[in-house]
Design a protein around this ligand. Structure first.
Ligand code: SAH
Length: 501
């Protein structure tokens, strides 16, 4: 089992600082005995420009079997031979996680006495795991790592035998991650996600695994789109423990989201079609719907108009598909909160390069907003006085003219379903109007007609048979050829068309 961690540096901030952060000197090869075998740490390269630490775990299969028996994890015992002849010695798995805790304990905890501030900074990191068993394949690897701030997530299936490609792929992938992250965060993610991907049955689960999971998941697991899969696999599908972990993660998520006061009614939604899962706040369902529509549109350069406190910007930042994200809002206070939420001041250059936060009023045209793939107006139009709406319409659809525009707004018909909302009230003190589905359709249809867009409507949130969904979303797609932003001219569209042809 093999894992490398590389970073780059400059003479002032040498890459070899990695040695301090890992508490392992770059000039030494060291050996540690772990419960399942011997772990070696050494540095294939160590210069100011580039430094790579390697963790190699030699598993002792016999010790593994003996331990396994002693601990009695339950379930059917492996066939006698399979206990000794299996992939454990070669493939990264939970054993590597266990070795990481033994060898990189302080680094996992983000502790570095020699360089405390460096341990808190994001570093340019490259992680490679040449043979990672991945149940769920490359696709799942992407789903797990892409939302975590990596700018490159590469998972290539390893062929069963290079000489016989027709035999197809093995269940292993070669994993490469690149991005600017805190070392401790990267290590914690691997600590949890390597065994999750492996999904093997050879490691036992004690009640304190929930605590371990929550500690290792601090700062990234609560709110991860695959939180449930991660939790359930990590806890070997022990339903009681999984449930407990999910509930605690939900509390973490609520404590972390300081937007409770903003769209408080939205967050009170307690309806969900999936009875097993905790209810997902409407604001989150909205973001998911927006991200999905942006994905369908193949948008990578996106405007978030009226971005507020930056929750959507943050979600987009976690997704490597979005290469340029511009948040615009009229409120400086909201932008300051957004900058803090995104930790803009502590962000690495490359990540920060993907984001712009700008103060601006959407009722005025702005040349700098031209030429983007998509614009999002999430819960914004209802904050404008109706007579100002045509000005916003012109600034967005007439002047900026992105290929795709997403507009979400409350469906007023649904208000009767909110238990906390007195009859006849709007959902938020600053809403100047709230529309029925028909009113929204009429407005959107006219806008589309005036500016050369087609429009379709997507319900967001639980759809009530009588009054419809709580949020309504219009997806506008440009139909007329105009300038450089015509449909079919981006690289993405071009490849899609080439593939289709
Ligand atoms: N899009 C976010 C925030 C919605 S709240 C979300 O979905 O959660 C509406 C936001 O629109 C507020 O942050 C408000 O400051 C902003 N806003 C309202 N009128 C605006 C205008 N004319 N120009 C720019 N931003 C405006």
């Amino acid at each position: 089992m093999f894992l490398t961690i590389s970073t780059t540096g400059t003479p002032e901030r040498p890459a070899t600082d990695l040695g301090h952060l890992l508490h392992k000197h770059p000039d030494k090869a060291q050996t540690f005995s772990t419960s399942h075998g011997t772990a070696h740490v050494f540095y294939p390269e160590a210069s100011a420009e580039r430094c790579t630490a390697a963790l190699l775990l030699e598993v002792d299969p016999v010790a593994l079997v003996r331990r396994g028996k002693g601990k009695g994890r339950g379930g059917a015992p492996d066939a006698a031979l399979a206990q000794y002849v299996n992939d454990r010695p070669y493939a990264a798995s939970s054993l590597l996680s266990v070795a990481m805790t033994a060898v990189f304990k302080s680094a996992l905890n983000g502790v570095c006495r020699a360089m405390p501030e460096r341990a808190q900074e994001a570093l340019p990191l490259r992680i490679e795991v040449p043979a990672l068993p991945a149940r769920g394949g490359a696709e799942l690897v992407h789903k797990l790592f892409a939302p975590l701030g990596w700018t490159r997530v590469e998972a290539v299936a390893v062929q069963l035998d290079e000489q016989f490609p027709e035999w197809g792929d093995s269940r292993y992938v070669r994993l490469v991650l690149e991005g600017e992250l805190r070392l401790a965060d990267a290590l914690r993610q691997l600590y949890v996600l390597l065994p999750v991907l492996d999904d093997a049955k050879h490691y036992w689960v004690a009640p304190d695994e929930v605590d371990k999971l929550l500690r290792a998941g601090e700062g990234w697991l609560a709110g991860h789109p695959e939180q449930k899969l991660i939790t359930s696999r990590y806890l070997s599908r022990r339903w009681g423990l999984t449930r407990q972990a999910m509930e605690r993660l939900e509390l973490v998520r609520l404590a972390e989201s300081d937007d409770l006061d903003v769209e408080s009614v939205d967050n009170a939604v307690d309806e969900t079609t999936d009875t097993e899962e905790k209810p997902v706040p409407l604001a989150e369902q909205r973001r998911a719907a927006i991200l999905e529509a942006l994905g369908t549109a193949g948008a990578s350069r996106v405007l978030d108009l009226g971005c507020g406190q930056g929750q959507l910007v943050q979600a987009m930042l976690r997704d490597v598909r979005f290469t340029e994200i511009v948040g615009v809002d009229v409120s400086m206070r909201a932008l300051a909160v957004a900058a803090r939420r995104l930790k803009l001041d502590r962000m690495g250059e490359r990540q920060a390069g993907r984001i712009t936060l700008r103060q601006g009023a959407l009722t005025y045209t702005d040349k700098q907003l031209k030429g983007y793939d998509a614009a999002v107006l999430s819960e914004v139009i209802e904050h404008l006085d109706l007579p100002r709406l045509p000005a916003l319409e012109y600034a967005v659809f007439g002047s900026a003219r992105p290929r795709t525009v997403l507009v979400t707004t409350p469906n007023v018909e649904y208000n009767v379903r909110w238990e906390t909302l007195p009859a006849g009230h709007v959902r938020h003190g600053d809403h100047r109007f709230e529309w029925t589905r028909q009113e929204f359709r009429d407005w959107a249809g006219q806008v589309a007609g005036r500016h050369g867009y087609a429009v379709r409507f997507v319900p967001v949130g639980p759809e009530d048979p009588e009054v419809g969904p709580p949020t309504q979303m219009a997806v506008f797609t440009m139909t007329t050829a105009d300038g450089t932003t015509t449909k079919g001219t981006t690289a993405h569209e071009a490849t899609k068309e080439a593939k289709a042809a």
